[in-house]
Every structure is written in C-alpha cells, then in structure tokens.
Design a protein around this ligand. Structure first.
Ligand code: HNI
Length: 142
C-alpha cells in the first residue's frame, strides 16, 4: 500500500489545477510519438501527431480523465485502474514499458509548463504519482 504524505497529495492536486491538463498531456503524447516513434503503431492515426491535432487532443482527454480519477482515489489507484489495465493488456495490446515513456514525457512537459514552480518537491510528488499509475496500469499483464 502506498503511503502519501499530506504535502505530496497537495502537490499532486496543485499541479493539475494550475495547468491545462489536456494541453500538457497532448504535448506529452506528441513528444512520446516523436521521441519513441514505435509508440505510434498502437494508434490508428494518420501521419499527423502534433499536440494540436484533433485525434491527439481526444486521446489526451481520455488520459486526463483517467489521471483525474487516480488523483481522486490516490489510496487505491490499483482498483481504480484494474479494468483500464486489462484493456491495455488484452484489447489494446500495449507493451507496458510504454507507460514509463509517457510518464517521462509528461514530467518534461510539466517542467516546461510550470517553470520555477516545478520544484524538486513537486517533481518528486508527481513522479511518485506517475510511478503508482504505471504500476496500477501494469497490474493485469500476465
Ligand atoms: Ni492508453 C486507450 C489511459 C498510456 C495506448 N488509454 C486509453 C483510454 C484511457 C487510457 C482512459 C480509453 C479507454 C477506453 O476507451 O476504454 N493510457 C491511459 C493512461 C496512460 C496511458 C492513464 C498512462 C498514463 N496508452 C498509454 C500508452 C499507450 C496507450 C503509453 C501506447 C503507447 N490507450 C492506448 C490505446 C488505446 C488507449 C491504443 C485505445 C485507443 C483509443 O484511442 O482509445
């Protein structure tokens, strides 16, 4: 069971309330597709992968809605994501290594967006949150 300190919970909530989560996530997805081109194969997009392409934005909205659920249920992200994990494993057939790559792209976009507010403390809290998300999303892989 993950233990969260009050300050960590506060940082995680503050990050998502002080940015435009869909925009930042769309930028992270576009970065993922550029830096790790094989990640594009899972999506039936055409050749356009910019953050302001409609399909990238729509996918970003889905990811953000899932992350918001995780933020609302920090003490049990595993249960919150059990169906989503099964879907990624069995239906979408996504290699779970890719979750880590998206997390790293998200951290980079958060750093660019938050600038000096992306303190080491905020970085550590959000990194921990994303590790918990990746772990929960990887749970139903057998
Ligand atoms: Ni992911 C669908 C959440 C990482 C490939 N993904 C979803 C959906 C959510 C979601 C929510 C919609 C489910 C549904 O419609 O039933 N994905 C998340 C989250 C992360 C993540 C929270 C990590 C933080 N997904 C990834 C990664 C890849 C990925 C890294 C591949 C590189 N996801 C998919 C694919 C689908 C998908 C493929 C189905 C297609 C689609 O557009 O919904």
């Amino acid at each position: 069971m993950v233990h969260w300190q009050a300050a960590e919970r506060a940082h995680i909530n503050k990050v998502f309330s002080s940015i435009k989560p869909t925009l930042v996530t769309a930028k992270a997805l576009a970065r993922l597709f550029f830096v790790y081109p094989w990640t594009k194969k899972y999506f039936k997009f055409e050749e356009q992968f910019n953050y302001d392409d409609e399909k990238v934005k729509i996918h970003a909205e889905k990811v953000v809605s899932a992350l918001n659920k995780a933020i609302g249920n920090l003490d049990d992200v595993k249960s919150e994501f059990s169906k989503l994990s099964r879907d990624h494993a069995e239906t979408f057939k996504v290699d779970p290594e890719n979750f880590k790559l998206l997390s790293s792209c998200l951290l980079i976009e958060l750093a660019q967006t938050l600038q000096k507010d992306f303190t080491p403390e905020v970085h550590a809290s959000f990194n921990k949150f994303l590790n918990v998300v990746v772990d929960a999303l990887s749970k139903e892989y057998h």
